[in-house]
Design a binder for this molecule. Structure first.
Ligand code: BG6
Length: 611
């Protein structure tokens, strides 16, 4: 996934576009570029490989141009080099474009255009677009017509913005797949891949739909379909404040977002906990009790960290609502011809609401008759606009590429959803329901308490920063947390790590255990404790170096574990929300000690809008 920005107005476009790209860098950071249109029939295109600072070093912030487009890249086609960085331009230099997505038929188009005398400079799929527009312009059609016709020739997905040097009063943009948002100003207008860069300029935005083509001028914005028919799209006011997207004195967004979890959980639970025990869980679902009662099966689809949340969701929904749940990697689900019997609900868990695989999996299930629910953190994102129902996690903007606060808020929402379906089906014991609701209310305080254990976790990080492998073990609802702990470490410190159900260890990974392997063990006081303890005794018997997370006052790992962290006692089904925080901090501090780029780990992007 890449980040796109565009501006037409009165201000210096160079600075404004660069600031916009900075807030989008989490979407892709292997090269970047900006094209400025001074209005003299040519463009000033500046590009650089690597981080945005490289581009900043080459840009003249005093450039007077008040029109431009910019891009930060996550390479799909063509290596992350300056030549392959966007904006791409036509051979005559008259047309430039920035693109998020993939043109699958670019090789064919490239051949066709080369046969017609056009030339190419990069290895990218995107370059075919400005070359095609320029080629069509030579046929005497208008810029808008050439833009529309060129889109008609492209196969694949795109969010794209384009300029024509001889028409310096318009930006043309279009969307089919990845997101594109228009920001409305006075005498100026903006576009971007998401709302964050727009917020410091306006709160009034338009989310483009698939198939929309937008024309931005200084005096307004017009939207058309690809046949040229003018369309009306609603203007939305975005409640976020731009400060939320700043580091707030923390060294990294990831660290800030880990420490924001108590507040993120409070915000997510706000107005969703019944005042009176007799009241139903007030979740803003358009499904009636009858709908929920008639649910026969639930399919959860997601990617990355959100998939781990899905695994915890399966545990909670099956326990509390006695309804069968399947959890799938979205990229697999969309191609396995899923069996969708009557009464199936598909739940897409996605922080960004833009992950292509998750969106496609939901679409696939909906096309086979399933009802759709999105659990998402971004208001206005595609998932929230395509799903039948949405439950927003109110974690606030999550900038760090490795997901943290969005994950724990997803778990809180899944707990409420499991209770809601269970109460509709009459499968929840009122005493248990009350205990879980009270437990949810107490979570923010417990998370504050655990955050204060950071100095102990830093000691673990210093001790194990040079380990080449890690093993994470947990049982029941903590098994997905073992997976999440391992993923966090892999994502940001590049250390190989595995998460396993503790009971499964003896069937394979026990072979990895020796005196150099740290084994992070999740052992809260629950029905699995005894079994987990004996698994850890097996690991200790092979010199495994156990780092234990246990319930306050539990001395069970004395003499077995190298070190133990004691966490507040909570209902075992809420323990996943608490036990993940120390694992987030452990991976964070190991990555910092190893000098890794925590917020923008290599090869990753915040969510991937291409397949
Ligand atoms: C990856 C991110 O690209 O996508 C992960 O690096 C994330 O952090 C995964 O968990 C899924 O993203 P989303 O937005 O669909 O939850």
């Amino acid at each position: 996934m890449c980040g796109i920005v565009g501006y037409i107005g009165q201000q210096s476009a160079a600075t404004l576009l660069l600031e916009g790209l900075k807030t989008l860098e989490y979407r892709g950071y292997d090269s970047a570029g900006i094209a400025l249109a001074p209005g003299d029939g040519a463009f000033r295109v500046t590009r650089a490989s690597g981080k945005l600072v490289n581009l900043q070093g080459r840009l003249d912030p005093r450039d007077p141009a008040t029109l431009g487009i910019g891009h930060t890249r996550w390479a799909t086609h063509g290596r992350p080099t300056e030549e392959n960085a966007h904006p791409h331009r036509s051979g005559d230099g008259k047309v430039v474009a920035v693109h998020n997505g993939i043109f699958e038929n670019f090789l064919e188009l490239r051949k066709e255009l080369q046969d017609k005398g056009e030339s190419f400079l990069s290895e990218t799929d995107t370059e075919a677009f400005p070359v095609m527009v320029s080629h069509l312009l030579k046929g005497g059609v208008t810029f808008t017509e050439a833009f529309r016709q060129a889109l008609g020739r492209m196969e694949g997905i795109y969010a794209i913005a384009c300029l024509h040097a001889d028409d310096p009063n318009r930006i043309l943009a279009a969307r089919s797949g990845p997101p594109l948002v228009i920001g409305l100003g006075e005498g100026e207008n903006f576009l971007a891949s998401d709302v964050v860069p727009l917020l410091r300029h306006t709160r009034r935005v338009i989310f483009l739909e698939d198939g929309d083509l937008a024309e931005l001028t200084r005096n307004g914005v017009r939207i058309f379909d690809l046949q040229g028919k003018e369309l009306h799209r609603p203007i939305q006011n975005i409640p976020y404040d731009p400060v939320a997207a700043e580091k707030g004195g923390f060294k990294h967004f990831m660290q800030k977002e880990i420490f924001e979890q108590p507040q993120a959980i409070s915000n997510t639970l706000l107005n969703r906990l019944p005042i009176e025990a007799s009241e139903p869980i007030p979740l803003e679902l358009p499904f009636t009790d009858e709908d929920l009662k008639s649910l026969q099966r639930i399919h959860i689809v997601a990617c990355g960290t959100s998939w781990h949340a899905g695994l915890v969701g399966k545990f909670l929904i099956e326990q509390l609502a006695r309804t069968a749940v399947e959890v799938d990697y979205a990229s697999e689900y969309r191609y396995r011809e899923p069996v969708i019997p009557e009464g199936t609900l598909i739940i897409g868990i996605t922080q960004s609401g833009e992950t292509a695989d998750t969106l496609a999996a939901m679409k696939e299930a909906a096309s086979r008759g399933a009802r759709t629910l999105a659990i998402c953190n971004v208001l206005g994102s595609t998932a929230t606009r395509t799903a039948e129902a949405t439950i927003l996690t109110h974690a606030g903007p999550e900038i760090g590429v490795a997901s943290t606060k969005a994950f724990t808020t997803q778990l809180a929402v899944l707990t409420l959803l499991a209770l809601r379906i269970g109460e509709a089906k009459g499968t929840v014991d009122p005493k248990l329901r009350a205990e879980l609701l009270q437990g949810l209310r107490e979570l923010p305080a417990h998370l504050e308490h655990i955050s204060a254990l950071e100095p102990r976790i830093i000691q673990w990080a210093q001790r194990w920063r040079d380990a080449s492998d890690f093993l994470y073990l947990g049982r029941g609802p903590l098994y997905p947390i073992a997976l999440e702990g391992a993923l966090k470490l892999k994502e940001i410190s590049y250390i190989h790590a595995e998460g396993y159900p503790a009971g499964e260890m003896k069937h394979g990974p026990i072979a990895l255990i020796d005196k150099d392997l740290p084994v992070v063990a999740l052992m809260p006081k629950d029905s699995h404790r005894e079994k987990t303890l004996s698994n850890l005794q097996e690991a200790a018997a092979r010199d495994g170096r156990i780092l234990g997370l246990v319930t306050q006052g539990d001395r069970g790992l004395d003499g077995i574990a190298e070190d133990v962290l004691e966490l507040p006692e909570v209902h075992p089904w809420l323990a996943p929300i608490l036990y993940v925080l120390p694992l987030q901090l452990l991976s964070y501090h190991i990555a910092v000690l190893r000098g890794c780029d925590v917020d923008q780990p290599r090869n990753l992007a915040k969510s991937v809008t291409v397949e």
